[in-house]
Design a protein around this ligand. Structure first.
Ligand code: ZN
Length: 203
């Protein structure tokens, strides 16, 4: 009987371990909005990742993985970013809208941000906890700014982070490479590619 109890306990420990190893991802799309693609802060490199991001979003929707957009939606004449950058992505303007190719669907989540990090003043952490998400797949722009600050906040809160390098972009190859290297070294991000993510078994 004693042995049986030990066995049952071991099974419970094993179950707990499996439970704790279980990965519950969300795909996040950061700032794939008009102003960062073809608008005032346009970037041809951002335009080029649209098909990859689209494939990843479609994969997530088909596999019931939450899709979460976090978009710049700045307050005109107020936000601190306008001391550093030209006015961009003002809330409720064309520039703050997600590009046509990647429009959110009803089942997706859409949050607005006024800072680089998707966690700052957006309710993202609360949403992720409610969805029981423990792993973030980060996509969008810009790798060394909003993606990097989002990764920092995710790391501080204990989320695992996956970055498909063909679904994020910076303004040039040099900053892209440096940012990916930083994400890997400092926050332990797994740097991978879209095709590897869609081939992985997630649950
Ligand atoms: Zn901004």
């Amino acid at each position: 009987m004693g042995n049986r109890k030990v066995l049952l306990n071991s099974q419970a420990i094993l179950d707990d371990k499996l439970e704790s190893d279980f990965v519950k991802p969300a795909v996040m799309i950061t700032d794939m909005i008009n102003d960062f693609v073809t608008g005032i802060l346009k970037n041809e490199r951002a335009e080029k990742i649209i098909p990859n991001v689209k494939q990843l979003i479609n994969f997530a929707r088909e596999n019931h993985i939450p899709v979460i957009y976090v978009n710049d939606a700045h307050m005109q004449n107020v936000d601190v970013e306008f001391d550093v950058w030209p006015e961009h992505a003002v809330a409720d303007t064309w520039g703050a809208q997600v590009v046509n190719e990647l429009k959110p669907e009803k089942s997706d989540f859409v949050l607005q941000k006024r800072r680089y990090s998707a966690f700052q003043g957006t309710g993202l952490d609360q949403l992720l906890r409610e969805l029981k998400v423990d792993t973030l797949i980060l996509t969008g722009v810009v790798t060394d700014i909003c993606i990097q600050h989002t990764a920092a906040d995710a790391f501080f809160r204990g989320y695992k982070i996956i970055v498909p390098e063909d679904c994020v972009e910076a303004i040039n190859e040099q900053t892209q490479k440096a940012a990916l290297d930083y994400l890997k070294r400092i926050y332990g991000c797994e740097i991978t590619r879209k095709d590897k993510i869609v081939k992985r078994k997630w649950s």
